[in-house]
Design a protein around this ligand. Structure first.
Ligand code: SF4
Length: 241
């Protein structure tokens, strides 16, 4: 069982390195085109977004947290569960997370990612073509004229329109995340994905890495018993689904 996880986590580690090499080449190409990318150490505004990941990525992170980081994640995940349980729909869940949850619990006091070398593909894939203040904007609250001005300044050949994030980096992130989920399906018959903090807390509270090799139904039943089968927050995908 440990060997299964060791191999799959090693694949993720290699893929993260490959992603970073692709991303560096992409940044060079954007610079040659005169496209500015504003992401800098400590700019952190995108860390108010809901971060999703595969369980494999979350497991790798869970195993290298300090006790303080672990406690911060547990608190965050518990508040997230309350929000997900109370939300009427996915939109409300996302909006309430953004307004009530605050920053990712893995953010350091100096505004840098506290787990930078092992951060998930979803975080690696966010390259901002606007000042970081735009990463914190809730567009549903923006005046239509401001929204229009923002969108008309975007280059649709670069960004994942109507966002200001580089499309090619997002595509790459999705591709690597799919590879990770596919590796999990191949090894265990199903994949587990969802909110990063929530997945880490599943490992902390239920030891999900011990349940997954016993199959989808065993894992699903354990989540249901614990009240953790929250559809906005955690998803399972099996072979042929
Ligand atoms: S994992 Fe790191 S980069 Fe991603 S949201 Fe959290 S602090 Fe930010």
């Amino acid at each position: 069982m440990q060997d299964d996880w060791r191999q799959i986590k090693e694949q993720v580690r290699r893929d993260q390195e490959a992603f970073d090499r692709h991303s560096a080449r992409l940044l060079e190409a954007l610079t040659r085109r005169g496209v500015a990318v504003y992401c800098r150490r400590g700019c952190r505004k995108c860390c108010t977004l809901t971060v999703n990941a595969t369980f494999v990525e979350a497991l790798g992170i869970a195993q290298c947290l300090t006790p303080e980081q672990g406690a911060a994640v547990a608190t965050h995940a518990s508040r997230l569960s309350e929000i997900a349980s109370a939300a009427k729909d996915f939109k409300e869940y996302l909006r309430t997370c953004r307004t009530h949850l605050g920053f990712c619990p893995l953010l350091d006091a100096d505004g840098a990612c506290g787990i930078y070398p092992v951060r998930p593909f979803a975080c690696r894939a966010l390259l901002s073509t606007r000042d970081s203040d735009w990463c914190a904007v809730d567009f549903s609250c923006l005046h239509p004229a401001e929204k229009q001005a923002f969108m008309s300044g975007l280059d649709p050949s670069v960004v994942a329109f109507p966002t200001h994030y580089v499309a090619a980096a997002q595509d790459l992130g999705r591709e690597f995340e799919e590879r990770t989920a596919a590796a999990m399906i191949k090894r265990f018959g199903f994949s587990l994905r969802g909110n990063l903090s929530f997945l880490i807390s599943l490992e902390q509270q239920l030891g999900v890495s011990e349940l997954v090799p016993q199959g989808l139904e065993v894992t699903r039943r354990a989540l249901i018993r614990a009240g953790f089968d929250l559809p906005f927050v955690v998803h399972m995908e099996s072979l042929g689904a």
